[in-house]
Write a protein that binds this ligand. Sequence first.
Ligand SMILES: [Zn+2]
Length: 408
Amino acid sequence: MALTVNMPRLKKDLEELGRIGRDEQGGVNRPSFSPADFEARAWLRKKIEEACLCYRQDGAGNQFGRAERSGRTVMAGSHIDTVPNGGMFDGAAGVVAALEAVRRILEEKIPLARPLEVASFTDEEGNLVGDFLGSRAFMGLLDEGEIRNGKTSFGIPFRDVLKRTEFTAEGILDAHKQRPDLEAYLELHIEQGPVLEDEGVPIGIVEKIAGKHYRQCAFIGESGHAGTTPLELRRDAFLGLADLALKATQYVAVNHYGSMLTIGKAALHPGSFSVIPGRADFTLEFRSALPETLAAIEKDVFALAEDIASTRGLAFVSRLVDKTAPVIIAPRIVSLMEEECRALGYPSMRLTSGAGHDAQILAAGCDVGMIFIPSLDGISHSPGERIHWDDLEKGANLLLRTLVRLAT
Ligand SMILES: [Zn+2]
């Protein structure tokens, strides 16, 4: 019989984990280093130890369960933190599926040529300081200033959060020194978009992960009386923003199909009925799977903003907040997964991931692969996050078979 996961056990584990940090709206509220997160960490540690894997936690709080062999490590995992009022599948599905896959490999006594390791990375969701704290720490890609002086998304200094935990800035910055040599890293994740469900395909094999730029921008003009300043004499910062929002979106839609541009947050100052906005602060986020497209969008949208500013008598300012590079998934892993899908009789399709994942950070040090399963109605980061369990079973079986191929 084909090697497959024990689906009732996988489902039971994921439901158990999904009850930790459950809020009144039925969502999961489990940001890293919250009391619920520490409860989930203890749960995962117990599961890893029950599976007779060697448990360890590094200085950044990343948790691992290892089946020791010699050679380079084949790793699989994701994250168990959530956004506030998030869902029970984002991240957790990948950690529990990886644990189940490794358990089955050990139960069947499959001879391993390489160490196998289950991983759960701290704060993938970026509730603390920037996205991917744990995986960046694991790869030695952290910004020291951010760790020592950064503020969390809840408005408190990160070092104050650390004081309430067993973790330290030094431990986080040194976490990468404990990293084993990696052969490959695999991650199963919900798609967080509508494509697989629309296409009626249970498995997405990711071939690219989009990179992104986050910028904080502003148009600066001049405030004035809304009743007495003639329209032609105004330097209205909001009109600059409105103009840029439409033109920049149209520019990306026409010139870079498949790339994204979003202005997700805006604030007008002074912000009153009868005052012309003298300043418009806004976030500008764009994503693409191609580095040259990211560079082109940056250059062209800035030129557009400067042009709008000069036409409207405004100044345009912008500051880079964060950026991640696009990742091309190793072709050998994509073809391995496609082969295994054919052997299992599962329809699959290749996808670009528009969302960021720990896998893209680990790609700096090894080949990575990602398996997507459909998110019902494309919903994630919400209590409404749902999946079909048989899609998860298929995804976990594919993860299991790919791990066997890489580790034997
Ligand atoms: Zn996630």
